[in-house]
Ligand binder design. Structure first.
Ligand code: AMP
Ligand code: GLY
Length: 424
């Protein structure tokens, strides 16, 4: 089969790596891809939002299956464009991707179908939002309705912070049109867990859980980032948690989307908070997480092409997902110092060959590019170093060992990825 993957981050490198394991994959393309992906796939310089050029490319190159990794093209309707052109594509269409594209939509959906989540109010008028905020208990959470690169969530400790937040989201439009609407949400406390799932419109199959580290600095300090590392499975995702989520969250979400006339096909990412009162949905994403994909997919035993095709054809009920669940994975992100605020790029990366032929070690590229034949840094998150071990401790030791194999100017990483596991 000829396969096209759309995206250019560590998540897409993990997806391409899983696809490359399948005997069904003949030729893999990635648009636009990055330096690491180019070792497994032919990278084509088409932007993920250039739907017409992607459709033309897919037709001209007899692409049998396209897999979309990123949120922007999904929310923008790339799947609809491919389907209209008669092409097979894995991912939710525009009507279903709204699950991630609008927080107001997803909150209303959860409320309507009794899916456990934080209580909330939605506003389109900043004055009304402020009047409401004068009546609430703090801390409180403000969320821009639309996509905001994972940054549209503000936790406010008092009214003055909240008023500044309303101004930046709704009036200064810090996140652009994502701030036309705003959700004000109850502040929840607990451990966060990410659960990815495959969905075919009716059936849902859950992948191994993962735990992200979103803040830039050690001890969960500093600004929120796309994710500085993570591990899987999460020891906090217990049997009881799983039973609760199976009963009240996973299938309920899939059924709710179908009942709304928006059947979801693709990956649903459940961002969960394990509160004292039980699991609550913090957010949905309509795609694999990044770096979650980098710790979950390396342990998937199924042929991922079979799973993608079963989702497209609505026969996921015939597939049992299997993971190397007796093993654990840890991913440490190597970033450019200064990420997510400001950082330099273009520095040569040395030592990448150390990963060649090493079992249990992966070097997923995120922001990398070629310059004069050399691999150089080209983004905030540069590499995701993943290691597999017999348990989380071993995986973490191996991942940190491997972070020393590569070097580049301005290399920055958190030193405490997976440390929470020492607590249990
Ligand atoms: P989201 O993009 O919705 O996942 O939000 C980003 C981060 O903000 C989450 O990973 C949480 O750490 C935090 N967050 C979001 N919603 C809440 C909430 N209701 N209570 C506490 N923290 C939250
Ligand atoms: N790691 C969080 C995300 O992919 O949104």
């Amino acid at each position: 089969m000829n396969i096209l993957v759309v995206g250019s981050g560590g998540r897409e490198h993990a997806i391409v790596t899983a696809i490359a394991k399948s005997p069904k994959a003949d030729k893999i393309y990635c648009a636009p891809g990055n330096a690491g992906i180019s070792r497994l796939a032919e990278c084509v310089p088409i932007k993920a939002m250039d739907f017409d050029a992607l459709v033309t490319f897919a037709k001209e190159n007899s692409i049998d299956l396209t897999v979309v990794g990123m949120d922007d093209p999904l929310v923008g309707g790339i799947v609809d464009k491919f389907e209209e052109a008669g092409l097979r594509v894995f991912g939710p269409n525009r009507a279903a991707a709204i699950l991630e594209g609008s927080k107001a939509f997803s909150k209303d959906l959860m409320k309507k179908y009794n899916i456990p989540t934080a209580s909330y109010e939605t506003f389109t008028d900043p004055g009304e939002a402020i009047a409401y905020l004068k009546t609430v208990r703090f801390p409180i959470v403000l969320k821009a309705d639309g996509l905001a690169l994972g940054k549209g969530v503000l936790i406010c400790n008092d009214l003055s912070e909240a008023m500044k937040g309303v101004k930046s989201i709704m009036q200064d439009k810090q996140f652009g049109s994502a701030g036309n609407m705003m959700v004000v949400e109850e502040f929840l406390t607990g451990r966060e867990v990410s659960v990815l799932s495959f969905v075919d419109g009716k059936t849902i199959r859950i992948m191994d859980s993962a735990q992200d580290h979103k803040r830039a600095y050690d001890n969960d300090e500093g600004p929120n980032t796309g994710g500085m590392g993570n591990f899987s499975p999460s020891p906090f995702y217990t049997k009881d948690v799983d039973e609760f989520c199976q009963k009240y969250i996973y299938q309920a979400t899939v059924d709710a989307m179908a009942a709304e006339g928006r059947p979801f096909k693709g990956v649903i990412f459940f961002g969960l908070m394990l509160t004292e009162d039980g699991p609550r949905v913090l957010e949905y994403n309509a795609r694999f997480g990044d770096p979650e994909a980098q710790v979950v997919l390396p342990r998937l035993k199924n042929d991922i092409i079979d799973v993608f095709e079963a989702c497209i054809d609505g026969r996921l009920d015939q597939i049992d997902l299997e993971f190397e669940s007796d093993k654990a994975a840890v991913c440490v992100v190597l970033a450019s110092d200064g990420y997510p605020i400001s950082y330099e790029k273009g520095f040569p990366i040395k030592g990448l060959e150390a990963f060649d032929g090493k079992q249990d070690y992966y070097c997923f590229h995120a922001g990398t590019a070629f310059k004069d034949g050399e691999v150089v840094t080209n983004g905030g998150r540069v590499l995701g170093i993943t290691a597999i071990g017999s348990d989380l401790k071993e995986a973490r030791a191996k991942a940190y060992e491997a972070t020393g194999w590569v070097s580049f100017e301005n290399k920055y990483m958190r030193t405490d990825i997976g440390r929470a596991i020492d607590l249990i």
